[in-house]
Design a protein around this ligand. Structure first.
Ligand SMILES: [Zn+2]
Length: 173
């Protein structure tokens, strides 16, 4: 192949090369991370979540509490981190609703609510999807509690739902 041919392919307006058949789009568009030890160095976060614990890493060099868990501290570049359990409650700082245009795989969930939670006592503001109500059911400052969400294939993620102490009628969980 000559460089002239390459140039013609790039700028000639011809049809793009055919997609390689072995690329599986569902995997490439899977937004839930692989969670086992062979796939991620923070697999402990997911195994803890499956057991009902909410954990993250703290840098032992500069004492910064990091979320999500890291293998290297973005503040000081230290790799000396230790695991630490987080509180599972907090208050809504801000929230919104996704009404359309959800990422692939989440279309069936529409509409859903998402926002920022100030975790109790640790100075962390984290992003999460909300459960247990529609947009009108939430308010800034409302108390929320962590809930573990399990996907059909066994992977997990965290979400937040109204805490029982502010919504007694939803206190079943
Ligand atoms: Zn650090």
């Amino acid at each position: 192949m000559t460089s002239g041919a390459l140039s013609a392919d790039k700028h000639g307006g011809g049809a793009p090369p055919p997609r390689k058949p072995h690329i599986e789009l569902p995997f490439l568009l899977d937004f839930v991370p692989l969670q086992d030890e062979g796939s991620t160095q923070v697999s402990r976060f997911f195994s803890a979540l499956k057991e009902g614990r909410f954990e993250t890493t703290r840098c032992t060099a500069c004492d910064t509490l990091l979320f999500q868990p890291r293998t290297t501290c973005p503040e000081c570049m230290s790799t000396e981190l230790r695991w630490e359990e987080l509180p599972q409650s907090g208050r809504i700082y801000a929230f919104s609703a996704m009404l359309m245009g959800a990422p692939i795989g989440m279309e069936k969930d529409l509409p859903f609510v998402l926002g920022l939670i100030d975790l109790d006592g640790v100075g962390l503001r984290i992003f999460s999807r909300f459960e247990g109500g529609s947009y009108e059911d939430f308010a800034i400052g409302q108390r929320m509690r962590l809930r573990v969400h399990t996907f059909p294939d066994g992977r997990v993620t965290y979400r937040f739902a109204p805490a029982a102490d502010t919504f007694p009628l939803q206190a079943k969980a």
